[in-house]
Design a protein around this ligand. Sequence first.
Ligand code: NAI
Length: 327
Amino acid sequence: MKPIKHIAVTGAAGQIGYSLVFRIANGDMLGHDQPVSLRLLDVPAAQAALRGVEMELQDCAFPLLRDVVCTDDAEQAFAQVDYAILVGAQPRQKGMERRDLLAANADIFVRQGRALNAVASRTVKVLVVGNPANTNALIAMSAAPNLDPSCFSAMMRLDHNRARAMLAKRLGEPVDSLEQVVVWGNHSPTMYADYRFALVRGEPAPLRIQDEQWNREIFIPQVAQRGSAVIEARGKSSAASAASAAVDHMRDWVCGSQGRWVSMSLPSNGDYGIPEGIFFGVPVRCEDGRIERVNGLSIDTFASERLQGAVNELLEERDAIRHLLQS
Ligand code: NAI
């Protein structure tokens, strides 16, 4: 039997947490032969709800679940963790400006970054889900100077999955037949869902679609606005699909993406003209726990404009919290 892996989930008493922790405990994230220990972190006011989640986890009698710790102390939650999924964040409240939301979350992610820096495994893999996810990841990474930047990522996988599903529907093909879809940029309406390189059953998807108007007027905006459409329909934000995307992101990072491209937000390294110092969604492949960026894709004028829109937004977000970043 493999040694136990320790996984922290923040905001575990929230909506996404309620879908996510059961999937992890069931083995969907790390494999059905990998025993796990869960560290569930939430604010003091949510501790009673968290105990309820713990009771339900016990009641599922998951064979792989060895231990559950519930806490409001980040250092306790992150002690020696192998994986940390940072979901907990301050939601936007009435009358709150975007800048106020950034500041409230910045405070959370500075504290959690410091705690990871102090006590997590030196090879921890961190996924930031809580919004604004890209900038929160930048803040956490910056507050953890003793961890390698490659320990950090932010979630674009929900957008990636939405784009693949929408294309599959348009093509009348199973979603699994589609590869090489990319969602670039920020997890926000500036994201750029891009199927220029996509293959369906090995054939170029753009040749099958041949409808640039659909691409620009339907596909790109609908992927970007899918979250709002779910809220409109459900009266609540997407939680099960976000949790599923977090499972997909971590599973591929840890177990490999089997050669497939997936979209992940990573610290930019200057590729594709994207300035360093922000987290940006890019295409990657994963193998043996490592992430390999897909480089050298052509960027035409339209793509360049879309990428620049996301860069501008992320630079603005970074400037709003720049004072919190360690140089
Ligand atoms: P929720 O409001 O149901 O749950 C959030 C939980 O975080 C609550 O239990 C709250 O008490 C907890 N929390 C707040 N501050 C905390 C702190 N300092 N430490 C630990 N826990 C803390 O929200 P939901 O629906 O679960 O969403 C969570 C976040 O994920 C939101 O920021 C949401 O915008 C984001 N999200 C991101 C997506 C992505 O693709 N990157 C997709 C969907 C949601």
